[in-house]
Ligand binder design. Structure first.
Ligand code: SF4
Length: 346
């Protein structure tokens, strides 16, 4: 029988596992705490009997991802990590420091199947979903590396998290558990490119997390080109699902809009976007593009970004321009992993 990995199991799953071994439920709480303190050796769990530690070693293990490479920004405190998984796949995560705390951007898949036109994560295609344990481990490994607690988590790295739904929900529950990371749901953001049925499913979970939707275009023609999933779930369907999410969770939605010079940054685009979102409980986050070598897109001029922001604001919609972090260390999502994979091929 293959051994069971205990990292990434929710407290309820761990209770079931220990009950099946004839152990009382409180043992699950003890082991759960140790796992999310970063302990991987059962012998170091000082409050469980030696006989149980020996039994657990026979049938289970606690996985741990390895830091493969770390790149630190010289401009701010951003650190990009490449992590090596058990099957030799590589994923990317980012640590950022803010006034309000430390946030970590985690990946939810190895590569990404979604094909967004300006994104480095999707270029090598999709490899596989991450397990909840591998998502948790990105946060744990970064905490260990920097010696500080992470206060905010954004699931905005490589991958479409809503295509890895069950593992994502387990991950969110572990982050939120007072016995593990104790991170409030309000400090967790999940980003999607717009998988309509899964947005509704997430709304029904009623977790007060922030949903961030990658919009990037104000009409279907343009969005079909930039975010191909739009051909399946066009903008009006997507906005209906967002409204459902707002009603169910009472949370404001963030719309991400990457500004690409001459593509989606005109005055007309700004007006269309503002008309589309007016009256919704939402925030617009304008992102100056981080260009990647493989695509012919360039960043909007600062004056166009300012004008775009002004127009949205004039419609009474909350809007900010994303502050750049780690711009000197392959800032685009998936870019560091991409250059690593290119290096391996060469
Ligand atoms: S932007 Fe997000 S969903 Fe789109 S290809 Fe990149 S990682 Fe995937």
């Amino acid at each position: 029988m293959p051994k069971t990995n205990l990292k990434g199991k929710t407290i309820e799953e761990l209770q079931d596992f220990l009950t099946s071994l004839g152990e009382p439920p409180y043992r699950a709480k003890q082991i759960f705490r140790w796992i999310y303190k970063g302990v991987t050796d059962f012998d170091k769990m000082t409050d469980i009997p030696k006989s149980l530690a020996a039994r657990l070693k026979e049938i289970s293990y606690i996985d741990k991802i390895k830091v493969y490479k770390k790149v630190e920004s010289r401009k701010d405190d951003t650190i990009k990590y490449l992590f090596l998984l058990q099957d030799n796949e590589i994923i990317e995560s980012v640590k950022m420091e803010h006034r309000y705390g430390i946030s970590v951007c985690v990946s939810s898949q190895v590569g990404c199947p979604m094909g967004c036109a300006f994104c480095a994560s999707t270029i090598g295609g999709f490899r596989r979903n991450l397990t909840s344990g591998e998502m948790v481990d990105q946060v744990l490994a970064i905490q260990e590396d920097i010696g500080k607690r992470v206060s905010h988590v954004v699931v905005m790295g490589s991958g479409e998290p809503l295509l890895n739904y069950e593992e994502l929900i387990k991950f969110l529950k572990i982050l939120n558990s007072p016995l593990a990371f104790n991170i409030s749901y309000r400090r967790i953001t999940v980003s999607t490119c717009g998988i309509v049925p899964e947005i509704k499913r997430l709304a029904d979970e009623k977790l007060p997390i922030t949903l961030s939707v990658s919009l990037h275009a104000p009409d279907d023609n343009l969005r079909d080109r930039l975010v191909p999933v739009n051909r399946r779930y066009p903008i009006l369907e997507l906005l209906d699902a967002c409204k459902y999410y707002i009603i169910k969770t009472k949370r404001r939605i963030t719309f991400e809009y990457t500004l690409i010079s001459g593509v989606n940054d005109s005055k007309e685009c700004a007006v269309k976007l503002a008309r589309l979102l007016k009256g919704m409980l939402c925030h617009v986050n304008l992102i100056p593009l981080n260009p990647i070598d493989e695509r012919d897109f360039s960043r909007s001029k600062p004056e166009n970004i300012r004008l775009f922001e002004e127009i949205i604001k004039n419609y009474g919609i909350s809007v900010t321009v994303r502050q750049e972090m780690g711009a000197d260390i392959e800032a685009a999502c998936g870019q560091l992993r991409r250059s690593f994979l290119d290096g391996v091929k060469k």
